[in-house]
Design a protein around this ligand. Sequence first.
Ligand code: GLU
Length: 451
Amino acid sequence: METHIKKVLNNIEECSPGQEEFYQAVHEVLYSLVPLLEEDEKYDIHNILERITVPERTIIFRVNWIDDNGKIQTNLGYRVQFNSAIGPYKGGLRFHPSVNLGIIKFLGFEQIFKNALTGLQIGGAKGGSNFDPKGKSDNEIMRFCQALMSELYKHIGERNDVPAGDIGVGAREIGYLFGQYKKLTGEFEGVLTGKAINWGGSHARKEATGYGSVYFADNILNKYDKSLEGKICTVSGSGNVAIYTIEKLYDMGALPVTCSDSKGTIYHEKGIDLNSLKAIKEINHQSLEVYAQVNPDCIYTPLSHYPEGRHMAWDIPCDIAFPSATENELNLEDAKRLVANGCMLVNEGANMPTTPEAMAYLKENNVFFGPGKAANAGGVTTSQLEMSQNASMAKWTFEEVDDKLRQIMRNIFNTAYETSKEFGCEGDLIAGANIAGFRKVADSMIDQGSV
Ligand code: GLU
């Protein structure tokens, strides 16, 4: 089996050079499937590994937009429609200068299994652009979104592919993208999720990834007769995921003490001031330096004071760490520090934030681990709840959506846990989540023949 997996991985590296994050994601998933692949040869007979690691369709296009000086700027737009075996393509759009094909493929690949784990009928996709929203005016953001949608609209639709937000894409961007889609197609339809409440959005979508991540952590702790009550938590990031992780942690009686952005990290021993964090990040789009100015009792450490790849948040003694910013933000050194400080759980709010070496070290040291494709599935779950409401023209209350989210996060945990037990690695939620997500998609591919 290992030889087969190696062959598939070599082939991917040959056919798609330079896509490091994509190899990393595929590597992690494929090796964790060994017990399933050995138990049932149908996956081999149907060449599922070869098929599932290649996107059904990859769209790359030029996006020309006009900046405030009247100059034409050019970026690249991507949409990777990875797998539609269990439902229409679903996954976010990321606007960040680091975006390239390898990043979008890694995210799209992860999304297949994450979406399958939710138990809902949604396939896997991801898209975005290397456009950097930082420092752009509102009008520039609008013109960029309109330009991107002028090409993307040809490839998406409410029953075909439903994008949403990710890093750099929130309610404002979804609004501009939706407006342009409607103008070009003449259709008011649920083609995007993360919409504003007034025109088809769902309550609790904004909060969902962060809340879901905390619900997932709570399920892990409860399994081992522990709870979030009184736990010191470190959180990285200060976007949607981090902010609503912090909010829910307070609700559950925990104490979140850190957050970070691309410039630096805040350590606030008495607890992050949620109101000032929201005002700075959600309303004024400012840097955390401003948080440090208005909260003089916190410690602010610029990222430049830290060696490349290290993160000050992981040096702070904590019970639980919530990496909620971006991929590979928690490395082996960080993992060592967390273990030395007595951290009991790492719960991934972001996609693939923990490096493979860090993951292995945490496992060796018996730290509980909530893998991103399970722990951060609350966002896409609530996107699907938004799609359901759009399709039936219903409007559920915040409490109704939040209840469903909480229930689905519990189901995801149970599925991952029970699957790990079934395959002889009880409590290994990485293997459990990968095997459960893969099995559902692979079985559906087999049912649907050689398409
Ligand atoms: N970008 C989010 C994720 O990584 C949400 C995707 C969606 O709502 O479609 O799952």
